[in-house]
Design a protein around this ligand. Structure first.
Ligand code: MSP
Length: 650
């Protein structure tokens, strides 16, 4: 058995409802970077990611896509795995919550907590955001009965449920945080969570009965386990549910759960309390990172501002994408993404500072020394300062990596790259060559090669495919002992080596082309919006007069959308199930061009309730939803969210 220290790191398990964007990629690249770094430092590191496949949202999306839930998720998971491959993610395991190994552990923990009296049956009455799969009280909602987290409409829920006695654990949780101040990082988020818990913790609703896509409550099959309760257990079930469960003995508790700031409450309050109740040790740390923003908004599919990581990898190379993400997100804060920012960062740090250093130095070694790196036999007045910094950098870099301040670690590392560039300017090797000062020339060229070796070793967890290309150029591909963390002491590069100059590592990106493309995109979007607005501006003439008695024949009612899906083989029609207060109705409406089904879920609309039913594409539509629009744009009429279902409009 190995006596290496273990390091267990996880990303959240992703919802298979969207294709992943670079915001998601950030978490996974960060966890992969950390794992590679820890392995390089001699740890037995284990990295888990996966997918969160249950819940009402998935069930509805699968239904809207006309697929079974498992068919629906299988396809998306295949895309996830492909993306992780392209991003050079080397996870040790990928857990799916639909796997039996997870279901079993999840049910066991639920049963255990129930048996000891911490789960009880009652009735839930409140609000539910299907998009976030989160319960809210009336008071927690944002304006207009919307979700305080994602801003979408929430749905009223009233159903028999099991509850988890979270409230009982509040004091124990506060004490734990006091004793383990590094459990929640950064500090600002810890303070936020502590204030939240100090206001008192409600018991948590942990089962649902209004749909069935989930893990059944083991002792009451009519209920499925609340999707967050189910999902959080993945971190443990991936170990405990695998083989004989010995992975759990080895790796549990986790060293780091890496999560975005939007899900920090689940991970720092609910999850540790679940573990306390289950009698399991708590993780060392939950690190809540910021968001990748586009403009001022979080990148997300529903906002339509997502950037596809595959496209970026194709355009700029995977190392550059990974470097950008790890360098650009400041510790604990958000970062902005635009392609211009990305191109600028690549040009500055990678093409100019790093790539150019390598190509200049290998060019000079070729030209002045016949391609051979010669042992220094003299020194310049600038050498000591460079070598001192090179010797001090690994420790500074490691200190920042150890506390997961990746951006600061890279800033520290690039100080050495900057110093090496300045050293070339200061020592002017071309002049040393011209003046026949070959001892000094050899020293300068050797020192830069050695700096490049050290920087490349340290940068390799962030840019895994860079190092092999550099080792090839420096002709030390076979010398693994020169690529390791232990090799980070000065002067190990073997003098006398003939280098193998290659292509530039990071070709400069044409900023003008990027800017022109960005302007073109913006212009096209503006033109489209203008055309749509102009089309709306063509107002139809007012229809012929009618009496109030004609209007009164129509029975207009406020309804709430319970279900909404596209009708197969029709690009116009959506099929709705709406709540009319006294009954549920199926209605077909020709607004599929303007809305995605999920945009309308939970919304209040207006129905002409007394129209004779008609059949549209085989579906009997009983009523008509009011909408305005034309070929280009359309809107449904939406009354205020708090108007009760069934209210008559007069
Ligand atoms: N399924 C839950 C997690 C359950 S873990 C027990 C979930 N999934 S998610 O797919 O919506 O998000 C996964 C992770 O991606 C979260 O940590 C989230 O914060 C992160 N990100 C999603 N969009 C992001 C950005 N725009 N920027 C950075 N991270 C973002 O939540």
């Amino acid at each position: 058995m190995s006596d290496k220290k273990t390091f267990y790191i996880t990303t959240p398990i992703y919802y298979p409802s969207d294709n992943l964007h670079i915001g998601h990629a950030y978490t996974t690249v960060a966890a992969d970077t950390m794992t590679r770094y820890k392995k390089m430092r001699g740890f037995d590191a284990y990295f888990l990611t996966g997918s969160d496949e249950h819940g009402q949202k998935i069930q509805r999306r699968a239904a809207a896509a006309g697929k079974s839930e498992i068919e629906f998720v299988d396809e998306i998971i295949a895309n996830f795995k492909q993306l992780w491959k392209v991003l050079l993610i080397e996870n040790d395991d990928f857990i799916r919550t639909t796997e039996p190994r997870h279901q079993q552990v999840c049910q066991e923990l639920f049963q255990k907590i129930y048996d000891q009296g911490d789960i009880y049956k009652s009735e839930y009455e409140g609000w539910y955001c299907t998009s976030c799969e989160t319960f809210f009280t009336e008071l927690q909602l944002a304006e207009g009965h919307t979700c305080p987290d994602c801003g979408k409409s929430v749905e009223k829920a009233k159903e028999e449920s099991y509850f988890f006695k979270m409230g009982k654990y509040a004091d124990r949780w506060l004490k734990f945080i006091e004793d383990n101040p590094d459990f929640i990082r950064p500090e600002s988020r810890r303070n936020e969570m502590v204030n939240f818990v100090k206001q008192g913790l409600d018991d948590l609703c942990v089962s649902r009965t209004t749909f069935d896509w989930g893990i059944p409550v083991p002792f009451d099959q009519k209920h499925v386990i609340y999707v967050w309760f189910d999902a959080l257990i993945n971190y443990y079930s991936a170990l405990k549910g695998t083989g004989d469960g010995s992975l759990a003995d080895k790796y549990w508790p986790a060293d780091v759960h890496l999560v975005g700031k939007d899900i920090i409450r689940f991970h720092t309050i609910i999850w540790p309390i679940m573990l306390m109740a289950a009698g399991l040790p708590l993780p060392q740390c939950v690190l809540g990172h910021g968001w990748v923003l586009t403009g001022d908004a979080k990148m997300s599919k529903s906002r339509g501002n997502v950037v596809d990581p595959l496209l970026l990898c194709d355009r700029y190379g995977v190392d550059a994408v990974r470097y950008f993400l790890m360098r650009e997100m400041p510790y604990g804060l958000d970062c902005n993404f635009t392609e211009e920012l990305m191109a600028l960062r690549i040009n500055t740090d990678l093409a100019n500072d790093y790539g150019n250093l390598l190509s200049r130095i290998t060019g000079m070694i070729d030209k002045f020394q016949g391609g051979v790196v010669i042992a220094p036999s003299d020194k310049t007045e600038f050498d000591d300062e460079l070598i001192e910094l090179a010797q001090a950098t690994p420790q500074r870099f490691a200190e920042l990596m150890d506390i997961m301040e990746w951006s600061n670690a890279l800033i520290e590392l690039w100080k050495l790259v900057g110093k090496a560039n300045k050293y070339i300017d200061d020592t002017a090797p071309w002049a040393l060559n011209k003046n026949g000062e070959s001892g000094k020339l050899a020293a300068v060229l050797y020192n830069i090669v050695e700096v490049l070796r050290l920087v490349t070793v340290m940068a390799s967890p962030v840019m895994p495919s860079l190092a092999p290309r550099v080792w090839k150029q420096l002709n030390i591909s076979e010398r693994a002992e020169l690529h390791s963390w232990d090799s980070l002491s000065w002067g190990l590069y073997p003098a006398g080596t003939k280098i193998d100059r290659g292509e530039p590592l990071f070709p400069r990106i044409d900023m003008e082309a990027i800017q022109a493309a960005a302007h073109e995109d913006a212009a096209a979007a503006a033109a489209e919006a203008e055309a749509a607005a102009a089309a709306m501006a063509v107002i139809e003439p007012i229809a012929a007069e009618c009496g109030i008695e004609d209007f009164e024949k129509l029975d207009l009612r406020v309804v709430q959308v319970l279900e909404c899906e596209k009708i197969e083989k029709s690009d116009k029609l959506l099929k709705f199930v709406v709540d009319l207060g006294v009954e549920r109705r199926v209605v077909v409406s020709g607004i599929a061009k303007y809305y995605q089904p999920e945009q309308l879920l939970g919304k209040k609309l207006v129905l002409i309730a007394n129209l004779k039913p008609i059949k549209l594409r085989g579906v009997e539509s009983h009523g008509m939803l009011l909408s305005a629009g034309n070929e280009q744009r359309g809107f449904t009429v939406m009354p205020a969210p708090d108007v009760p279902c069934g209210s008559r409009i007069l």
